[in-house]
Every structure is written in structure tokens, then in C-alpha cells.
Design a binder for this molecule. Structure first.
Ligand code: ADP
Ligand code: ADP
Length: 231
């Protein structure tokens, strides 16, 4: 589903050129649950931004579901991103003045859903993450773990094939973090490909594959033997 071949990305930091990732090749199959680890500055976010079609590489090729990403125009890239990728962030990134129902409904505004379908789907997704009875609340009336559940429901709105999560448990206590990780595992078992970045080995361990970054390169890539539904 994801084939990265010899991907490099450079950044110009004033007069200094930084190679954020160096000729990375990585193949991720549908149904995998990949944890990406590595020190700060090792290129994890750069890779996630490329996989999520938020940024493009300087060299190498990226194929996503048979689509050659580097050949797309900006508009097509936006469309691929909106259709295929759900993003989850450390800081939840919810709209504070909107109800949680509205937060989950918003990504669907640009889709082909009617208002009624949007509300029904948002309700369904909030039921799925265990917040079906909180639809009228605003984010600040929920705990951190609950807010992240809303963000996950929102990420699922357009039925993405891939969930990309950057430190999704970074702002959560241990119990809420475990809760969120169980939800990711459940979604993964239902067929969604999950790719997450974490500093925490216990969080990474929920993945079925652990990719370790160092200095813009992949240092190790370990699959667990009990991989489910990968194909
Ligand atoms: P983390 O270490 O938690 O992954 P970073 O602070 O490295 O996050 O990066 C957060 C975001 O800021 C990323 O999207 C990255 O592309 C961007 N970024 C990182 N370093 C720089 C920099 N030197 N100049 C501008 N943007 C940067
Ligand atoms: P990580 O997510 O592992 O912390 P990043 O991908 O954010 O690493 O960063 C990798 C390297 O690229 C770092 O040296 C960082 O400072 C640099 N970098 C990342 N994004 C930018 C940017 N937008 N502008 C300049 N330098 C960047």
C-alpha cells in the first residue's frame, strides 16, 4: 500500500543544508500497525509528513495505493490526502468553540455527504469511540483521553485507509494512553493501517512492527511474528 523508494528530503536552515532523511526505502502493507521511534531530529516527522502527503520528497519515489505521489499536482495531492489519510496529533487540534459532534462532522463538509448524513456519520463514529452521549459537549468539557477519542473519530470521518498519529499519547496519563492504544489496536484489527510516532517503548509495543530512526536513516525494522490481517 505504501512503497517509499530512496526517499531524501533536505531543508535549508539559513546557510546550512540539513538532510532530514537520507535515501529511505520502506514498504508498508495494508493492515500493518507500525510504530516509528528514534531521537528528536532523526527525521520521523519529515517521513510522516511525506507519507501523509503534507510534504513531498526532494528525490526518490512514493507510491500510495498504486498512485505515484510525486507526479501529482497540489490539488490532486489534497484530494488523495483527504480521501486516504486520517491525522491524529499530540495536541488533539480540536476546534474549542465547536461541539464534539461538529468537530467530527467538519472534515465531511467537503465530501459528498448531505448535512443529515454528516450528522449521522459523526454520531456513529462518536458511538464507536465511546462518546456517543457527549455529542453536545465542547472539547474543554472532556478529559485529555476523551479529546483524543474525538480526534480519532474525526480522523475516521472520511473512512481513511491509513491513520497517521504523531505522539498521540504525548499529552495523556498512563491509563488514558493505554485506552487510546487499545482503540488503535481495535481499528487496526478492523483493517485500518496505523502508523504512529512515539518516544515511549511501551506505546510502540502496541504496534506489530517497530521502525527505529537515527540521523535520517532507518536503523532497524522489526516485525512481530503474530502479525494479523496483513496482506
Ligand atoms: P518532534 O520532535 O516532536 O517530531 P519537531 O519539533 O522535530 O517534532 O518538529 C515539529 C514540526 O516542526 C515538524 O513538522 C517539522 O517539519 C518542523 N520542524 C522541525 N525542525 C524545524 C526547523 N529547524 N525549522 C523549521 N521547522 C522545523
Ligand atoms: P523528528 O521528527 O525525528 O524530531 P524531524 O523530521 O522533525 O525529526 O527533523 C529532522 C531534521 O530536519 C532536523 O534536523 C530538523 O531540524 C530538520 N527540519 C525538519 N523540518 C524542517 C523545516 N521545515 N525546516 C528546516 N529544517 C527542518
Amino acid at each position: 500500500m505504501i512503497t517509499l523508494t530512496d526517499i531524501s528530503k533536505l531543508y535549508q536552515n539559513g546557510a546550512v543544508e540539513v538532510t532530514a532523511i537520507k535515501q529511505i526505502s520502506l514498504n508498508i502493507k495494508k493492515g500493518e500497525f507500525v510504530s516509528i521511534m528514534g531521537p528528536s531530529g532523526s527525521g520521523k516527522s519529515t517521513l510522516m509528513n511525506i507519507i501523509g502527503c503534507l510534504d513531498t520528497q526532494d528525490s526518490g519515489s512514493y507510491e500510495l495505493d498504486g498512485i505515484q505521489i510525486e507526479s501529482l499536482q497540489e490539488k490532486e495531492l489534497d484530494r488523495v490526502r483527504n480521501q486516504k489519510i486520517g491525522f491524529i496529533f499530540q495536541s488533539f487540534n480540536l476546534l474549542p468553540k465547536q461541539t464534539i459532534l461538529r468537530n467530527v462532522e467538519l472534515p465531511m463538509i467537503y465530501g459528498l455527504y448531505s448535512r443529515k448524513e454528516r450528522v449521522e456519520r459523526a454520531q456513529l463514529l462518536l458511538d464507536k469511540v465511546g462518546l456517543g452521549d457527549r455529542i453536545k459537549n465542547r472539547p474543554n468539557e472532556l478529559s485529555g483521553g476523551q479529546r483524543q477519542r474525538v480526534a480519532i473519530a474525526r480522523a475516521l470521518a472520511m473512512n481513511p485507509s491509513i491513520l497517521l498519529a504523531d505522539e498521540p499519547t504525548g499529552n495523556l496519563d498512563t491509563a488514558s494512553a493505554a485506552d487510546i492504544m487499545h482503540l488503535f489496536s481495535q481499528l487496526n484489527e478492523e483493517g485500518t493501517t496505523v502508523i504512529l510516532v512515539t518516544h515511549d517503548p511501551q506505546i510502540a509495543d502496541y504496534g506489530t512492527r517497530i521502525v527505529l530512526f537515527g540521523d535520517g536513516e532507518i536503523r532497524s525494522d522489526v516485525r512481530k511474528t503474530h502479525d494479523r490481517n496483513v496482506g
